[in-house]
Design a protein around this ligand. Structure first.
Ligand code: ACO
Length: 341
């Protein structure tokens, strides 16, 4: 589907994350709903999550953008495009990306939000890379940010245990070396899944009213078992498709960075790819499902832990509301390497 055809490789030259300070543990949730730390750990792998108080999603996205600008020592006016993947924008419009653009004074950048729920960052990374690969842009900021606590019903034990708040992002720039950066992708959508995972009210279908608030329709509603089955099957499938198309197996990968929705979903994909635990990024225990932010947060941890070296093959994967799902194959390049200054 998505093997690179453009002239320029798109590499990640900075990767950063932001997690809000407040930690909400499973034991804290035991006080809110009829659940237990043991049930949540066994069924999801989550132990605790971070919660953002008194600020919107853009607050976290701006922190990530500022950290990327500092890490790469950028003049914000050099940024060409900002894409924010989010299911929890500050407002229906203007886009959260415009708020980030203004806050960091990226005076030359255009900016838009991308809506693909938990696959948002994967979609946005591929979208952003196209502008580098065609030569249209040289600096694209791609951020995944979600304040899931804003759309989580903390009286519903089947959903409130799953989510957390956070943001992560990357800077994409042209590669100086051949065969570097984003090598291939497979992105999919199936709107038949719309009824299985959604926030029904607040859009044009069901504008906010007393009734929608009374019926708690502004919170995430899901058929957890259907979503689980779909995610287990599809995330593994899309990863296998990308590897096979490139003549690779799990043994060729340095790292697999999957969306963190449920540890059992991650395990199923890792087993299908025959990946040992040390090749799989898992941080769902500390951050839960931060929707569009899980993959860049995990990538930023991997980078900080020095688990990525130039030449390493990295597979990213996501699945979420829509349904949407997808996978991206990268050849990692460290920005400090010659030619990538
Ligand atoms: N604590 C204790 N018991 C619970 C809880 C809880 N928090 N939640 C549900 N239960 C109970 C149920 O009521 C049920 O009881 P019953 O057997 O008496 O009816 C029992 O536990 C089993 O429920 P299941 O729903 O079958 O549990 P399952 O093993 O499927 O786990 C879960 C539920 C964790 C939600 C799982 O289905 C899942 O992870 N689904 C995927 C959800 C997901 O990832 N969604 C996010 C995508 S988000 C996005 O795209 C924005």
């Amino acid at each position: 589907m998505g093997q690179r055809t453009g002239q320029h490789g798109a590499i990640i030259t900075a990767v950063e994350r932001y997690l809000p300070d407040r930690v909400l543990t499973n034991h804290d949730l035991e006080k809110l709903v009829d659940t237990s730390d043991e049930w949540i750990r066994e069924r999801t792998g989550v132990v605790e999550r971070h919660i953002l108080d008194g600020q919107p999603t853009s607050y976290m996205a701006i922190k990530v953008a500022e950290r990327i600008i500092a890490a790469r020592d950028l003049d914000p006016a050099e940024i060409d495009l900002i894409i924010v993947a989010t299911a929890t924008p500050d407002m229906l419009f203007p886009s959260t990306a415009c708020l980030v653009q203004h806050a960091v004074r990226a005076t030359r950048a255009w900016a838009y939000d991308l809506s693909a729920a938990c696959t948002g960052f994967i979609y946005a990374l591929v979208a952003g890379a196209q502008f580098i690969q065609t030569g249209a842009h040289r600096k694209v900021l791609v951020i995944g940010a979600d304040k899931m606590s804003a759309i989580t019903d903390f009286t519903d034990r089947s959903t409130c245990i799953l989510f957390g708040d956070g943001a992560g992002g990357v800077l994409l720039e042209p590669a100086q070396t051949a065969n570097a950066g984003l090598l291939d992708f497979e992105l999919r959508a199936d709107g038949a899944g719309a009824g299985c995972l959604s926030v029904p009210a607040g859009g044009s279908m069901m504008p906010a009213s007393h009734e929608t608030v009374d019926q708690r329709l502004h919170y995430v509603q899901q058929d957890g078992r259907s979503v689980f089955k779909f995610a287990v099957a599809r995330m593994a499938e899309v990863c296998a498709t990308v590897l096979e198309r490139n003549g690779l197996t799990g043994a060729d990968l340095k790292l697999f960075v999957p969306h963190q929705a449920n540890y059992r979903i991650i395990q199923a994909a890792a087993q299908r790819l025959k990946l040992p635990a040390e090749k799989v990024m898992v941080n769902i225990d500390r951050f839960a499902n931060t929707t569009a932010a899980t993959v860049p947060i995990a990538l930023s941890e991997a980078f900080q832990q020095e688990r990525l070296e130039s030449g390493d093959l990295v597979l990213l994967a996501g699945v979420g509301g829509g349904y949407t799902w997808g996978s991206v194959l990268l050849r990692w390049e460290n920005r400090s390497d010659p030619g990538n200054t």
